[in-house]
Design a protein. Structure first.
Length: 140
């Protein structure tokens, strides 16, 4: 009986947590601006430029938009983005998962106040590299 009660309590808690989270999905729509810091396979760090992420639409936890980057050498780059907002590795953590415009692995963590975001991008291969982009919301 004790085992059945324990399972029931765990089930109720799990449903409560998912229901509470469902109402707390942050609205990412807006303009987010920041800088890209890159690191190559040898550990060399480089300020890669400025990034602008524009989240144009969001329905529940699914978003879409585009990103633009400008680099110190004058190069400009743009691509569509899409993905979802979900629970991260910690129950207190909210993560942003990118599915569109992704090469390699891209995941972001959202600040607790939902005004900052840190994007981690790892590109595997012979010339592998990683970037960290620190963004702050500038417009809703």
């Amino acid at each position: 009986m004790r085992k059945v009660c324990s399972i029931f309590v765990l089930l109720v808690l799990a449903l409560s947590v998912s229901t509470a989270f469902a109402g707390d999905v942050p609205n990412l729509v807006g303009r987010w601006v920041g800088y890209i810091l890159a690191m190559d396979q040898q550990g060399n760090q480089d300020q890669r430029g400025k990034a602008v992420y524009v989240f144009q639409a969001q329905s529940g936890d699914i978003f879409s938009g585009y990103m633009e980057a400008s680099y110190p050498d004058g190069t400009k780059y743009s691509k569509p983005i899409a993905g979802s907002v979900g629970a991260g590795t910690d129950s207190e953590d909210l993560a942003v998962y990118f599915t569109e415009g992704v090469d390699g692995f891209v995941r972001a963590e959202l600040a607790l106040d939902w005004r900052g975001m840190c994007i981690y991008h790892v590109e595997p291969g012979a010339k592998s590299w990683a970037t960290v982009t620190d963004l702050h919301r500038t417009k809703h």
